[in-house]
Ligand binder design. Structure first.
Ligand code: F6P
Length: 324
């Protein structure tokens, strides 16, 4: 493998830049010529590649987002013709291997490119932490730290006013962020796509927290749950009189994906990025590079594509014990 390209794809995640830096420098060390693809799979279809030297990836380690740009490409997902153009574009640059840094949708794309004969290695990166093949993905630790800071801030004002609050976090189809925020942030009620409790039940559990002597009550919901912040807010507004107290709502949104990566994410990204190059240099392909049981792990992309991990049951049990 002599000429290798790296692409960041799907939702950005803090630490993607650290991964690109590690890939470029580990590749250069092995004598590879490195390229970056701009703007995710959109750039792959348009053959928008730039050469990347060690100096080109200076001063990005501490930056959130991805300096290469990213996109959610419906065209790549849906069109075999677009996928073919992506492979041909890489061929035109004589690129003989691709490293894809991204989450679920992006790694389904990697699996597709691999099937088409392109050597591909994936790197686990998504704040949602729903990728099969990695206990934790790049960006999760940073997002959680931002969430917990917000939860702690909301808690102080909630306590002063003896109020009920609801905070909505990201995660889409996976409740990991909400559940982890519940454990680390001391929430009373958690709503996730896997545990999509109705607003009336959210209200009942908030009331129960008040009745057992808490000076405030806190719920955390996931953006992808049916009973997300919007739905809960509507319920509280339309049942205001019977409920007898108001719900204050904070939607954290993209704040969770922005800003500088934590130390943990920088190290994870650097290790996964360099392991991806190692795998490619040894002729490996069709694998996701992730982190399992405290070490680098390789999982076939075919096992990763189209699936998503759910939060471990023990976390729910722990939450039940802690929410007293
Ligand atoms: O997949 C990452 C994620 O941040 C989800 O948690 C969230 O639901 C979604 O992306 C938001 O997507 P977008 O950035 O395209 O609005």
């Amino acid at each position: 493998m002599k000429r290798v390209a790296v692409v960041t794809s799907g939702g950005d995640a803090p630490g993607m830049n650290a991964a690109v830096r590690a890939i470029v420098r580990a590749g250069t060390e092995k004598g590879m010529t490195m390229f970056g693809v701009r703007n995710g799979y959109e750039g792959l279809i348009a053959s928008d590649l730039i050469p990347l030297s060690n100096r080109d990836v200076s001063e990005i380690l501490h930056l959130g987002g991805t300096f290469l740009g990213t996109a959610r490409s419906t065209e790549f997902k849906q069109s075999g013709d677009a996928q073919q153009r992506a492979v041909e574009g890489l061929g035109a640059h004589e690129v003989d291997g691709l490293i894809v840094i991204g989450g679920n949708g992006s790694q389904s794309g990697s699996a597709r490119l691999e099937e088409m004969g392109l050597p591909v290695v994936g790197v686990a990166s998504t704040v949602d932490n729903d990728l099969v093949g990695s206990d934790i993905s790049i960006g999760v630790d940073t997002a959680l730290n931002i969430i917990i800071e917000a939860v702690d801030r909301v808690r102080t004002t909630a306590e002063s006013h003896h109020r009920a609050f609801l905070i909505e976090v990201m995660g889409r189809d996976c409740g990991y962020l909400a559940l982890a925020a519940g454990i680390a942030g001391g929430a009373d009620v958690i709503v996730t796509p896997e545990n999509d409790i109705e607003p009336a039940e959210v209200e009942r559990q908030l009331r129960a927290a008040h009745e057992r002597g808490k000076r405030y009550a806190l719920a955390v919901t996931t953006d992808g749950a049916v009973n997300n912040a919007q739905r809960c807010m509507e319920f509280f507004q339309s049942h205001e009189e019977e409920i007898g107290y108001e719900l204050r709502v904070t939607i954290l949104g993209h704040v969770q994906r922005g800003g500088s990566p934590t130390t943990f994410d920088r190290i994870l990204a650097s290790r996964l990025g360099s392991a991806a190059v190692e795998l490619m240099a040894s002729g490996g392909s069709g694998q996701l590079v992730g982190w399992i049981d405290g070490d680098i792990a390789h999982t076939p992309l075919a096992e990763v594509a189209g699936r998503h991990k759910v939060a471990p049951q023990e976390m729910w049990e722990l939450l039940r014990v802690l929410t007293k």
